[in-house]
Design a protein around this ligand. Structure first.
Ligand code: SF4
Length: 364
């Protein structure tokens, strides 16, 4: 059962203000854009670097990662790809915890990011000190944290999980009779609790982007496109998840564009994912799920303000100057690696990648 606890009520108003204050990069002229793309391609070769980009970064960064032999993926696959690649430098276009995860898995490599200011509301909602104190209050619980956390929080955890394998791992622990302390996303935690019936104590963080999807508006939109499939990332509120034909990780949402027969999809996750969905299914139609609004009341409008900080300008600058290097204390990194590796070994034992599982609901 879900046990509410006063010490994990996160006041996220400050985090929301921080997100609203982010200055997104200015659009470029076509000439400048082309110059930067050519320069970045050249610099990646010169510096023996590989670019790995998250699905939520802007189209040009995803295109560059694809065209230069890098990868576009979720945070874990980005780190794994960087590990397997022979380049000595991994350039991570994403948010800070992704750079840290890459460094945890690749301590011997240089990890650079276009900007060190790209935060994540889930990571910000879970400061290491209060998280450690909270875990210490509940020594009887197995600590399971989502990948969207700092290296220090990962180091305190027993397990690190991605959205695609979280349900399987929690079910496995539940079947062994273990009680769970889950952090930081309350929606993903609540969803897993509902699916597995596990005893989970939930940290109360949320993703400011997915939190803005609205169930009532989604129902109205779906009634205008009754043949559309609704695809929902489980960081969304439960009443939005309840409208889904498929609840899945980013990788699975992209896969659904081809594996599901529908011609139209309503998608509740960051709109930058459309770059890969359109690549996979160019003739299909993708609509973003409704958010809180399009004006001042909408903090993200379905695009993460911190992901949007990654730009061609700062990527070129990082490569030219070798700046924005990610450092993780080696002791913390080693400890965090234990909980990450536990997930990888579990995935291996199932012969399931830690990216790409989905729950397909019966159509309503
Ligand atoms: S979309 Fe949400 S979970 Fe992802 S980086 Fe942005 S704030 Fe974090």
């Amino acid at each position: 059962m879900n046990t509410a606890h006063p010490s994990i009520i996160v006041d996220d108003s400050e985090i929301r203000q921080q997100a609203l204050a982010v200055q997104r990069p200015q659009p470029l002229t076509e000439e400048r854009r082309q110059q930067l793309i050519a320069r970045i391609k050249q610099l990646l070769k010169e510096k023996n670097a590989v670019l790995v980009a998250h699905y939520y970064t802007d189209d040009d960064l995803q295109m560059l990662a694809d065209e230069t032999g890098g990868c576009v993926s979720d945070s874990l696959e980005m780190a794994r790809f960087g590990h397997a690649h022979p380049a000595s430098t991994i350039v991570v276009a994403g948010v800070r915890f992704m750079g840290e995860t890459a460094k945890i898995l690749n301590p011997e490599k240089q990890v650079l990011m276009p900007t060190l200011e790209a935060e994540c509301s889930l990571d910000l909602s879970c400061p290491a000190d209060s998280f450690r104190a909270f875990c210490d209050e509940h020594p009887d619980r197995t600590v399971v944290v989502y990948a969207n956390t700092s290296a220090e929080v990962k180091a305190r955890a027993d397990w690190v999980v991605t959205s695609s394998i979280a349900t399987k791992i929690v079910r496995h622990l539940h079947e062994k009779g273990e009680k769970i302390l889950w952090a930081p996303d309350r929606y993903l935690g609540g969803y897993i609790q509902k699916v597995t019936g596990a005893d989970m104590l939930l940290w109360q963080g949320s993703c400011i982007v997915h939190d803005e999807f609205k169930a009532r508006e989604l129902i109205k939109l779906h009634s205008r496109y009754p043949d559309a499939a609704v695809l929902v990332h489980p960081e969304s509120p439960l009443d939005v998840i309840n409208q889904a034909d498929l609840v899945g990780s980013t990788t699975e949402i992209i896969r659904a564009a081809t594996s599901m027969k529908n011609e139209t999809f309503i998608v509740a996750t960051d709109r930058a994912i459309f770059y890969k969905m359109k690549q996979a299914a160019p003739d299909k139609h993708f609509i973003i799920a409704p958010t809180g609004g399009t004006g001042a009341s909408c903090g993200s409008c379905a695009h993460c303000p911190w992901m949007a900080l990654n730009s061609l300008e700062n990527l070129a600058h990082t490569l030219e100057q070798g700046v924005n290097e990610i450092q993780v204390d080696p002791g913390i990194g080693k400890q965090a690696m234990v909980s990450v590796k536990r997930m990888l070994d579990f995935a291996q034992s199932l012969k399931t990648p830690a990216t790409g599982e989905a729950n397909i609901a019966s159509p309503a």
